[in-house]
Design a protein around this ligand. Structure first.
Ligand code: SF4
Length: 298
C-alpha cells in the first residue's frame, strides 16, 4: 500500500490516464510544456487538464476550507449544468487528457455526476474526483462504480469519530469506511479495476496518532492507495516544519496558467485551482482563448 511520497501514486495515475492519450493530445501537451517553459503570453497550445468544479456546496464544515467555513466566494451556490459540460467536451475533448471533477465543493452532491462522467468519457477523457465520502447515498455509489470514473480520492482525518470530526465537521467516519467497503465490494462484484480508490489522510497535530489505524483499516478494506499529507491551517493545528516532508518547488510561477482550465459551477473562469474568489465569465468558451485564461480572468 502506498504512503507519503510513494512512487506508486504517479505511476497508478499515469497508467490510468495512458489509454486516453492520442497523438494529437500528446503533441498539444508537449507544445503546452514548451510554451510554459518559455512563458509564452499568448500560447497556441490548449490546456490539457480541466478542473470542472461540479458544485461549490458541501455537506461538511471543515474549518480551513473556505467552503467549509462558509466564506463568500462572490459566486452563488451552484450545480454545474450538463449542457455546459456537453459544450465543453465538444470544444475541448479532442485535446483534454484529464478532467478533475472537483475544486471547492463535494462532487457527490451533484445529482447528475454519473452523466457528467459519461460525457467526459464519450470524448475519451480521464476522470477523477476528490470526495469526503461522508455521504449517505448508496445509489450514487452504485452509479459511480458503474460509470467510467477512473480515480477517486477520499479525504479523511481520523479513525475515531472524535478525532475525525475535529476537522471534518459534520461528517461521520463510520459512514466513510462503510462507503469505502461498499465501493470495493461493487468493484469486485463487477470485476472492475476502476475507479482506483485512494485514501488521503490529512495530518494535523491532533490526529497523527490515528494515521496507522486508518492505514490498516484502509488496507483491510482493499483500497488501492493510502497516503498521508501535511494539511494547512492555523499555527496551533499544523505540524511543525520538521515533521513535514521536503517540498520540491519546480517553478516560481503557476504552471496551471498554461496547462489547466478551471471552471466554476456557474461556468465562470478562475485563473488556477487555488483562487477561491472570482468573477463570472460566462462567455469563456467562445470569446476567451483558454490558454491565456489568467490574463483575461483577472
Ligand atoms: S469536505 Fe472538502 S469541500 Fe467540504 S468542507 Fe471539507 S475540505 Fe471543504
Amino acid at each position: 500500500m502506498a504512503d507519503i511520497m510513494d512512487w506508486r501514486r504517479p505511476l497508478l495515475l499515469a497508467l490510468a490516464a495512458f489509454p486516453y492519450l492520442t497523438p494529437a493530445k500528446v503533441a498539444n501537451m508537449a507544445r503546452c510544456s514548451l510554451e510554459e517553459r518559455r512563458r509564452v503570453a499568448l500560447p497556441r497550445s490548449r490546456p490539457y487538464v480541466l478542473f470542472l468544479d461540479v458544485t461549490n456546496s458541501c455537506n461538511l464544515r471543515c474549518p480551513y476550507c473556505p467552503t467549509g467555513a462558509r466564506r463568500e466566494s462572490g459566486r452563488s451556490r451552484n450545480l454545474m449544468d450538463l449542457a455546459i459540460v456537453r459544450r465543453l467536451m465538444d470544444e475541448m475533448g479532442s485535446y483534454l487528457i484529464s478532467v478533475n471533477l472537483f475544486n471547492w465543493g463535494e462532487p457527490m452532491l451533484h445529482p447528475q455526476l454519473a452523466a457528467i462522467i459519461d460525457l467526459c468519457h464519450g470524448r475519451g477523457v480521464f476522470t477523477q474526483l476528490s470526495t469526503n465520502l461522508s455521504i449517505g447515498r448508496g445509489e450514487r455509489l452504485v452509479e459511480l462504480c458503474g460509470s467510467e470514473l477512473d480515480y477517486m480520492m477520499v479525504s479523511i482525518s481520523g479513525a475515531s469519530q472524535q478525532v475525525y470530526s475535529r476537522y471534518h465537521r459534520g461528517g461521520e467516519v463510520d459512514l466513510v469506511f462503510e462507503n469505502l467497503r461498499r465501493i470495493v465490494e461493487l468493484k469486485r462484484a463487477g470485476k472492475h479495476r476502476k475507479p482506483y480508490v485512494e485514501v488521503k489522510y490529512l495530518c494535523f497535530k491532533h490526529n497523527m496518532h490515528e494515521v496507522d489505524l486508518v492505514r490498516s483499516r484502509a488496507r483491510k478494506i482493499g483500497v488501492d492507495l493510502f497516503r498521508h499529507v501535511i494539511a494547512g491551517g492555523a499555527e496551533e493545528d499544523i505540524l511543525d516544519q520538521g515533521e513535514a516532508p521536503p517540498r520540491k518547488l519546480h517553478t516560481r510561477y503557476c504552471r496551471q496558467l498554461w496547462s489547466t482550465l478551471v471552471l466554476e459551477p456557474d461556468a465562470g473562469l478562475a485563473p488556477c485551482c487555488c483562487v477561491f474568489q472570482g468573477r463570472r465569465l460566462r462567455e469563456i468558451f467562445t470569446k476567451v482563448h483558454p490558454g491565456n485564461q489568467a490574463q483575461r480572468a483577472l
